[in-house]
Design a protein. Sequence first.
Length: 94
Amino acid sequence: MKRLAGTSLVALATAALLGALSLVSSRQAKSLETLGALDQLRRERSLEMAERDELQSRIQALESRGRVVSEAQERLGLKVPKGGEVVYLEGAGS
């Protein structure tokens, strides 16, 4: 009877060890999966930030005075006024 109790104890200890190992293994797998997703998000964020910087540079170039003046001259036929062509109007707030 003692031998059966010892065998049962070894079987129970082995089952507990296997259960603990499987729990650790599953948690590590989940952690690796989460780290992979985090790395992917960091890469995507980096790409989005690079695209944002590129778009901001493009906006600055498109809003530059030189470009606006040249586009106004080409598309709308406007010209930069000379000194005598500028008229200042007084508004209600002045």
